[in-house]
Design a protein around this ligand. Structure first.
Ligand code: HPA
Length: 273
């Protein structure tokens, strides 16, 4: 956990955006990155220009930070994330979120694509995370603690901020978007889960399975930022889906949900400040 590298990246974000502070940060997950293409007046900063930012390699994961003002609130959109399954360390996986928080973001909206395993879940659902299950045995805080970033033993009783969740529900109803709540189980990937793993996650209390977000939530909570996360169910999880899973189908569902997702995120982001 390199404190100086995180501060240096935050400094570059400030310099290249010309904004001394971003109050909200958001990570756009699989198939959702194109949200950033339609932001009026956004300043694009390729990850390759920010020291320490890992450049994502998965199709559908761009690698650009966008600095934008929505309703007067300066917001940093991270279009594309690095995943553990790409071979990045968890320290690298959470680096961009840590830098965004160091650049001023007190609230973080994480988004992802997931498989639905809870009863009643369907492809295309938008689900607000109520909590998560870390089933991987990994944690981005393994190793010596950096006390300047946060405490050794962060409390996770309300990892997904209840106040921000209430704002999200209110916003969703105002813009006429259905938003459920659910528990997300983190698997490392890159394989999709087996049907038995999906049944296990479901019995343990999961509604969604996916390959991201949890390490970022942990790192953000470590730094004291408030976290909210929205998952797009791109498919029913393995064994629940009658057909084999494919990344192309995940992308296709994400494309189909773009308009609804955009409507919700546009209204929600400035309210998270
Ligand atoms: N499992 C894990 N990650 C995913 C899935 C899934 O079914 N769909 C989209 N991301």
């Amino acid at each position: 956990m390199n404190y100086d590298a995180i501060q240096a990246a935050a400094g570059v974000i400030r310099n290249l955006s010309g904004r001394p502070e971003h109050r909200v940060a958001s990570v756009l997950g699989s198939g959702l990155s194109s949200y950033a293409n339609q932001l009026p007046g956004a300043i694009a900063i390729p990850y390759s220009e920010i020291p320490g930012f890992p450049v994502p390699k998965v199709a559908g994961h761009a690698g650009t930070a966008y600095s934008v003002e929505l309703s007067g609130v300066p917001i940093l959109i991270l279009a594309g994330r690095a995943h553990f399954y790409e071979g990045h360390s968890l320290e690298q996986v959470v680096f961009a979120v840590r830098a965004a928080i160091a650049a001023g973001a007190g609230s973080v909206l994480l988004t992802n694509a997931s498989g639905g395993c809870g009863d009643g879940r369907a492809a295309g659902d938008l689900v607000l995370l109520r909590d998560h299950l870390n089933l991987t045995g990994h944690n981005p805080l393994f190793g010596p603690n950096e006390d300047r970033l946060g405490t050794r033993f962060p409390d996770m009783s309300a990892a997904y901020d209840p106040g921000l969740r209430a704002i999200a529900h209110q916003t969703a109803s105002e813009v006429d978007v259905d938003l459920e709540e659910g528990v997300y189980a983190w698997f490392t990937g890159p394989t999709y889960e087996t049907p038995a793993e999906v049944q296990m996650a479901k019995r343990l209390g999961a509604d969604l399975v996916g390959m991201s977000t949890v390490p970022e939530t942990i790192a953000a909570r470590h730094m004291g930022a408030r976290v909210i996360a929205i998952s797009l169910v791109t498919n029913l999880a393995a064994g629940i889906s009658p057909v084999p899973l494919s990344h192309a189908d995940v992308q296709e569902t994400a494309d189909a949900a773009r308009e609804r997702f955009t409507r919700l995120i546009d209204a929600l982001l400035p309210r998270l400040a």
